[in-house]
Design a protein around this ligand. Structure first.
Ligand SMILES: N=c1c2ncn([C@@H]3O[C@H](COP(=O)(O)OP(=O)(O)OP(=O)(O)O)[C@@H](O)[C@H]3O)c2ncn1[C@@H]1O[C@H](COP(=O)(O)O)[C@@H](O)[C@H]1O
Length: 124
């Protein structure tokens, strides 16, 4: 996929607003809300959905249909937000972690991690 399907909006708070709605569903009526139903079913059901949606992302990517891939990633992000909320976490924390990693090459990070592991094992 070379071109974005639509342009991002500066200061987009979609994830935070969606997380607010998801948070509000704790203890809600499982017959009236899909999110409340997932919370009602519990940890295993929530994590199962995350796994299923991740698999669907892979299958959509293999199909090579951009709109399908976007839809499946949206499903994965949504169910990941449900999982975060289930564990008392917020998307802002994930965004902060991604910001922290900005500018740090994955290869540099990997090398630093290996160095630290070696120092720890040699030190004790
Ligand atoms: N973004 C979503 C969203 N994305 C996907 N889904 C639902 O996730 C479900 C699972 O998707 P699947 O592809 O696995 O379909 P399925 O076969 O019906 O599901 P299973 O039977 O396999 O569990 C579907 O019923 C989708 O409608 C979502 N449901 C809710 N939201 C957001 O969450 C808000 C709160 O939703 P409620 O709690 O239902 O009010 C909504 O206003 C939306 O903004």
């Amino acid at each position: 996929m070379n071109e974005p399907l639509s342009m991002p909006v500066a200061g987009d708070d979609t994830l935070a607003r969606l997380a607010d709605v998801i948070d509000s569903r704790h203890g809600g009526d499982p017959d009236k809300s899909y999110v409340a139903r997932l919370f009602h079913k519990g940890t295993d059901a929530i994590l199962k959905k995350v796994g299923e949606e991740a698999t669907e992302v892979v299958m959509a990517a293999k199909d090579g249909v951009p709109e399908r891939l976007v839809g499946e990633v949206a499903d994965l992000w949504f169910h990941s937000l449900v999982a975060l909320s289930h564990f008392g976490l917020r998307p802002e924390q994930v965004l902060a972690e991604l910001r922290r990693r900005e500018g740090l090459s994955g290869l540099e990070e990997f090398a630093l991690r290996k160095l630290r592991q070696r120092e720890n094992s040699e030190g004790g």
